[in-house]
Structures are given as structure tokens and as C-alpha cells.
Write a protein that binds this ligand. Structure first.
Ligand code: EPZ
Length: 422
């Protein structure tokens, strides 16, 4: 397919209401979790994004049938007979590694290609392996394929994660739910998507307590007692945060619907520190700004700390704020590529290892820019809306991985934006 580009005429307008899609970083794991129940599960509020299509391919390769009906997926895992996920799918999407835990839970073994790194870092899985080994799994690597066996079955264990890894917590959860005995995961990831996964697992018959806190306790149940379920994915807090930044950037007001404000406490605190006004309701957040943007310092940390997936978006706010902001990226090794593209639009940023020194400038100029990763791409489009003149954003495949109808949603908020063949 010919490359497409997003063309934006910087008009500085984003105002109105937008509803976010379901959370990419939950839906992908919920799809994997469906392997633990034999039969048809229904997932609702699933975003229409390319990563979901790849995870559907992974499940179909295992033998499942996946039928999309609007924003719902019907996943029948009864026919699943394979426990192998090939290299060409894992390289397409490293989140395919999320099938490791449920495959081991279902079959007692798995063959999953080792995921490579990506633009933002090495993306190691050592903590996934250490955690699963504690449950009785033995691993070998056979020419790039991770071969997992649980020769004596899965048994409960007390495991403390060195770092609250989202993926490691999820893979461990999806094996521990059918391990014999009790599993305690200490220093577990607390991202809202973990609680969403646990809610689905419990709806399937699992007994998980404490998800969303650093201490998760799992009482193992028999695989045979796990059953399909009907579950709705939570709203995407990162997509929501992206639109809230758009409202703070332009003055808004932008009201984001379909999100629990509790998922965005740190981002909301930072928006207010930077001079925005924020109102919240049960499932919506409104942001506006009448005074100049103020600088602030940001440290990305595991939830409830500042989300690394909103770092690029807030760097854009800092680039147009009065004063100098220091942004420290503590979660990934290489997540400042967005800065280089933003500097092409006139931002004044100095990078030093994990720190970015962002000196606010009065305005940005439109320019041809390239998306380097999912969140940087989304932030570049916002930068183009705030910039003077025309911008063309390339490499939209990154944006399509995690934002459903991003152009349509921004246009509905008043942006002068279109997507055309390059
Ligand atoms: C999930 O990645 C998200 N992806 C990421 O979102 C998100 O940035 C990240 O969590 C942190 O919130 C999905 O859910 C599909 P981690 P994950 O395991 O699970 C290191 C986006 O833009 N690490 O918490 O891979 C790792 O290298 C994406 O939507 C190990 O060293 O995150 C990273 O530096 C980007 N060994 C850090 O920990 C391990 O075994 C955090 O990784 C596991 C992780």
C-alpha cells in the first residue's frame, strides 16, 4: 500500500468532545487471556487498531477463531491445539509475548519466538522468565525460539519482581491463576490495565486479589474450572491523556469521554501545574487553559508515577511553556527520539542521557516530520496543530498501532488535518 501522510495546517484549534477507544495495552492481554477458557469469549470496547489485528493473527495461528463485530471481538479458543507463536508474528508485535503465560497455563508448555527490542529500548523479558520459573516453568532457547515446559505442572510461589514490569506481572498472572496453590506477586505493576486483566480472569473463574496494588495474591484453580466470559475493556488512559494535552496545548476546552479520571491522576496534576484548568466527572475529563503554559519537571515512573507513554506529549507542552523544564525518562533507555523531530519544528531541547532540558519557545513552525514510535507520532500531530504553517507527518504505521481514527477525532475537534497518499 502506498505510504500515507498526515497533512496539518497549524490553526491552533482543538475544542469539543471526544470519546476514547478501549485500552490497547489492556485489550491485547485480554485477548491472550481468552486462551485460558475453552469456548467463545466476547471482548467489548476493543479499539480498531493494527496491533489488535496482529494479536488476532496470533490467536488464529494457534487455532482460535476471532470474529470482529464493530468494537467487539468473539474469540473461540475451543479449537486451539497449538502452543507455538512464530517469529514473523512476534517481530510484528512484541506484545505477542503475552501469550506465553496463558499457553503455559493451558498446555503446560509453549514455543514463542523471542521478542526483539524496538525503537524505545531493549525490551528484555528476563523478569517474565524468572517469575514463570518460580512457578515451575523451565526455559530453553532454541534458535531464537523460547521453549517453555512445566514438567511437574505449575505450582504457586512467592515472587518479588525486581522492577514492577507490566508484561512480567501479566504473564505471571495468566499462569498463576491455574497453578496449584497460592502465588504472591510482590512489587507487581499497578497500571490500571493489570486490574482490568484480573477482572477478566476472575470473570473466567480465577481467584485474583490485589490487582492494581503492588501485592497480588492468586489462589490457583483447575484449568477445567476456567470458562469463557464477556468482558469490556477499560478506556485507553494514554489516548485520553493525549487528547487532554491537545486541549492544554491549544486552550481547548477539550472534554474526553469514556475514561476513569482516577487513571490519570498524575497527568492531571502535571496539566494543572503547567497552567491548565481540569474538571472531572465519573467517566470524563475536561481541560482548558487561559493563561500561558508554565514549565514543570517530569519523572516518568511505573504507575501511579508519571506514565512514560505520555512523556512525548508533555515534552511538547514544555517546549511551548514559559521557562525551562527537565524531563527524566526512567522507564525506557531510548525514548527521547521525539525531541529530534520537535527540534526540527523549532523546539529548544538539550538531551543528556535520561534527561531532556526543554527551554520553552514562543512558537513552533510546521515542517515535514517522521513518527519514530507510537506516542511520539501522536505528539508530532499535536505539535503540527499548534505550529505555524503546514506540517506533513510520515510513518503513520506507528500511530495506527495504537490510535483508532486519530485524524477523524482531531478533525472533529476542529483541527485542519487530513490523511492522504504521499
Ligand atoms: C507495557 O510495556 C506497555 N506495552 C508500554 O506501552 C508501556 O510503556 C510499558 O508497559 C510501561 O507502562 C503494552 O502493554 C503492550 P514493562 P512492557 O515490562 O510490558 C524493562 C505504548 O506506547 N524490562 O513494564 O514491555 C523494559 O525493558 C507501549 O503503548 C526488563 O528489563 O513494559 C523497560 O525498560 C510502549 N525486563 C521497563 O522494564 C523484563 O523482563 C518497563 O517494561 C521486563 C521489562
Amino acid at each position: 500500500m502506498a505510504e500515507e501522510v498526515i497533512i496539518v495546517q497549524g490553526n491552533g484549534v482543538l475544542a469539543g468532545d471526544v470519546t476514547v477507544s478501549g485500552a490497547k495495552n489492556s485489550a491485547l492481554k485480554l485477548m491472550a487471556a481468552s486462551l485460558l477458557g475453552s469456548g467463545e469469549s466476547v471482548l467489548r470496547n476493543v479499539p480498531l487498531i493494527s496491533d489488535i489485528g496482529i494479536m488476532a493473527e496470533v490467536l488464529e495461528r494457534l487455532g482460535a477463531t476471532v470474529v470482529r463485530e464493530g468494537h467487539s471481538l468473539r474469540i473461540d479458543t475451543a479449537p486451539v491445539a497449538s502452543c507455538e507463536t512464530p517469529y514473523e508474528l512476534v517481530t510484528k508485535m512484541r506484545a505477542s509475548i503475552s501469550v506465553l503465560g496463558p499457553l503455559i497455563g493451558r498446555f503446560g508448555r509453549a514455543r514463542v519466538a523471542m521478542p526483539g527490542g524496538c525503537q524505545i529500548g531493549a525490551r528484555k523479558i528476563d523478569m517474565h522468565l524468572v517469575g514463570l520459573e518460580a512457578l515451575g516453568v523451565r526455559f530453553e532457547v532454541d534458535h531464537g525460539v523460547l521453549v517453555a515446559e512445566a514438567p511437574d505442572g505449575l505450582h504457586g510461589a512467592d515472587v518479588t519482581l525486581e522492577f514492577p514490569s507490566v508484561g512480567a506481572t501479566e504473564n505471571m498472572l495468566m499462569a498463576a491463576v491455574v497453578a496449584e496453590g497460592t502465588t504472591l506477586i510482590e512489587n507487581a505493576a499497578c497500571e490500571p490495565e493489570i486490574a482490568d486483566l484480573a477482572a477478566m480472569l476472575n470473570a473466567m473463574g480465577a481467584q485474583v486479589q490485589g490487582a492494581g496494588t503492588p501485592h497480588i495474591e492468586v489462589q490457583g484453580v483447575s484449568l477445567g474450572s476456567m470458562h469463557p466470559c464477556d468482558h469490556a475493556t477499560v478506556g485507553d488512559r494514554i489516548e485520553a491523556g493525549t487528547f487532554l494535552v491537545g486541549g492544554a496545548l491549544t486552550g481547548g476546552p477539550v472534554t474526553v469521554h469514556g475514561i476513569d479520571p482516577a487513571f490519570l491522576r498524575m497527568a492531571i496534576m502535571k496539566l494543572e501545574q503547567m497552567g491548565a484548568q481540569v474538571e472531572t466527572g465519573a467517566d470524563w475529563v475536561r481541560v482548558s487553559r487561559t493563561e500561558p503554559l508554565r514549565c514543570t519537571d517530569i519523572q516518568t515512573l511505573p504507575h501511579p508515577g508519571f506514565p512514560t507513554d505520555l512523556q512525548a506529549q508533555f515534552m511538547l507542552l514544555a517546549a511551548l511553556a514559559d521557562g525551562t523544564s527537565v524531563i527524566t525518562e526512567n522507564v525506557f533507555e531510548n525514548r527521547f527520539m521525539f525531541a529530534a523531530e520537535l527540534m526540527r519544528m523549532g523546539a529548544d531541547i538539550t538531551l543528556d542521557d535520561h534527561h531532556a532540558l526543554v527551554r520553552g519557545v514562543a512558537s513552533l513552525q510546521g515542517a515535514p516530520v517522521s513518527s519514530t514510535d507510537l506516542r511520539a507520532g501522536a505528539a508530532l500531530v499535536l505539535a503540527a496543530i499548534a505550529a505555524e504553517g503546514e506540517s506533513r507527518i510520515h510513518h503513520l504505521e506507528h500511530i495506527d498501532r495504537g490510535y483508532e481514527d486519530y485524524v477523524g477525532k482531531l478533525a472533529s475537534l476542529g483541527a485542519d488535518i487530513s490523511r492522504v497518499s504521499a
